[in-house]
Design a protein around this ligand. Structure first.
Ligand code: ISL
Length: 519
């Protein structure tokens, strides 16, 4: 059963979702306490960001033990209880794997530090002597994604590779022990009943032989990687084939890769029939609010995966990027546009990933210097503020400074004046962003325009549309979607209006910054 093919998956950034024990950090018990809300919202599955043992240098993406729960998030019993309850609510569970690197607190890395250069303990990572007369220059010119050199020196003078923070040492994927350990982790969580895996930096892992200098010495943060020696090396596909072979033994399990690769053909290689089931398509997320650009992104994204017999996986938001409301201009206009783009995304064939708070229309929040937590802030020498502003805890209800997120002080400050943004308020308001999401998700599950069982559903047919607008129909269905990014109202395509992202004009036209579904 390919439950993920058209699923709406809700990303829970566990740290910021709901705190059950008052320490100001969200946890597994908190997620469990909000399953009723998630069922009401109408999503099909939850992706839980890393909750494993970690010193939290990168908030859990620095994993010290991938087969245990960090005490700040709960324990294995809390995880089992969450899976059981989620399944009872009809929600699948996807967990996050971080195979590109481990924490420097992982027992392997500690053993590597205690062992000599050239030892088998060091061979699980990329340790190298330095360059320069005293070996005091890094082994190559690679930069870390978070800023600064991608190499850190240890006491005996060798250097180790870290594409992210120095606390995240890159694993050596030519080492069979590294493969065996990922297989063990896949089996561990599959045996505990998870339904899928999100694979972090799934275009990473494999490194070019000899770790040569990068002719371009790239420094962009969170950028695409075409031609970048640090990423998208051909050898990575063998890892994904192994992942697929393991999961094929567990019926109904899937893997979705985080793939920052812009080239369509290279991107599609990750979702070939013997590799990952899904890969995040970040093209839509990187597209401005402009109908022609959106149409191009959609067409390219569909064509790319169609060529290898796969289906698209859409997302507008996650814990690494500016939230849509802010990205599209902020304020009322940004919110209107974010709502319109959400309706466009939810009308497309394939599956959709929604990031917690997106359904509330949460904006980015400026975090004061002294409260910033993201390692990017320090590593970039304070030139980049990092990703905290899109990780503010979710506001559940009014009446207190933490809006029901926590009985303690939230790990990132929550602004005053957010009562109207809370889930509780929005549930009561039929015009709210939350109500729009609920309505759209309900239609996705029940309207015949969506549920026609037809493989042509992977395609869309474009209608002629006025300048600055787009309109399409999902092939094999009656469901159409129109978007207006121009600055004047336009007539709607034919059909009954099912849902809109904002009010239509008095004469029934589609206003600027608005989308509608018709059937
Ligand atoms: O590799 C990149 C650019 O080519 C980055 O965009 C990279 O893919 C991205 O930063 C990876 O993010 C993921 O792994 C990080 C973690 O900090 C992020 O939160 C996570 O989503 C390191 O584990």
């Amino acid at each position: 059963m390919q439950w993920w093919r058209d699923a709406v998956v809700y990303q829970v950034y566990v740290r910021s979702f709901a705190d059950s024990d008052g320490d100001g950090v969200g946890d597994l018990g908190g997620v469990r306490s909000r399953l009723g809300y998630l069922e009401l919202l109408g999503v099909d599955a939850l992706w839980l960001t890393p909750f494993y043992r970690s010193p939290m240098a990168d908030h859990g993406y620095d994993v010290a033990d991938p087969r245990d729960v960090d005490p700040v998030f709960g324990d294995l019993a809390a995880f089992d209880a969450l899976v059981e309850d989620a399944h009872r609510h009809g929600l699948k569970i996807i967990v996050d794997l971080v195979p590109n690197h481990t924490s420097t607190e992982h027992e392997w890395f500690r053993a590597a530090l205690d062992s000599a250069p050239g030892s088998p303990e060091r061979a699980r990572y990329h340790f190298r002597p330095g360059r320069g007369t005293d070996g005091d220059e890094p082994p190559n010119n690679w930069r870390s994604i978070f800023g600064g050199p991608a190499w850190e020196r240890v006491a005996d003078g060798e250097w180790y590779l870290h594409l992210f923070a120095p606390e995240q040492a890159d694993l050596n994927w030519t080492n069979p022990e590294v493969w065996a350990d990922l297989e063990k982790t896949l089996r561990f969580w599959s045996d505990r009943g998870v339904d899928g895996f999100r694979i972090d930096v799934a275009h990473g892992m494999a490194k070019p032989d000899g770790l040569p200098d990068d002719p371009q010495a790239r420094t962009e943060l969170l950028a695409n990687t075409d031609g970048d020696l640090r990423f998208d090396q051909d050898g990575v596909h063998d890892v994904h084939r192994m992942v697929r072979a393991v999961l094929d033994h567990y019926p109904g399990r899937m893997a979705v890769g985080e793939i920052w690769v812009r080239d369509d053909e290279r991107f599609a290689r990750y979702v070939r029939p013997d590799e990952l089931h899904q890969a995040f398509n970040f093209r839509l997320l990187q597209t401005p609010f402009d109908a022609a650009a959106v149409r191009e992104a959609v067409e390219h994204s569909i064509a790319a995966v169609d060529a290898v017999g796969s289906r698209p996986t859409w997302t507008l938001s996650n814990h690494d990027v500016s939230r849509p409301v802010t990205r599209y201009g902020g304020g009322a206009v940004g919110l209107a546009r974010a709502r319109a783009m959400a309706l466009v995304m939810l009308a497309l064939p394939g599956s959709v990933y929604v990031y917690n708070g997106e359904e509330l229309g949460m904006p980015d929040v400026e975090v004061p210097d002294e409260a910033l937590q993201d390692p990017v802030w320090e590593r970039s020498g304070h030139t980049e503020r990092g990703r905290d502003s899109c990780r503010i805890p979710v506001p559940w209800e009014g009446g207190g400074p933490a809006y029901g997120f926590s009985s303690g002080e939230p790990w990132l400050p929550m602004p005053a004046g957010w009562d109207a943004l809370t889930a509780a308020e929005q549930l009561e308001d039929t015009g709210s962003t939350l109500s729009m999401f609920r309505h759209a998700l309900e239609l996705r599950h029940t309207h015949p325009g969506f549920v026609a069982d037809d493989d042509r559903r992977t395609r869309v047919e474009w209608y002629g549309a006025p300048d600055g607008c787009l309109a399409f129909r999902r092939s094999g269905t009656t469901l159409a979607c129109a978007l207006n990014t121009s600055d004047a109202p336009v007539p709607l395509p034919p059909g009954d209006v099912l849902v809109t992202s904002g009010p239509l004009t008095e004469d029934g036209q589609l206003p600027p910054d608005t989308a509608a579904w018709l059937a």
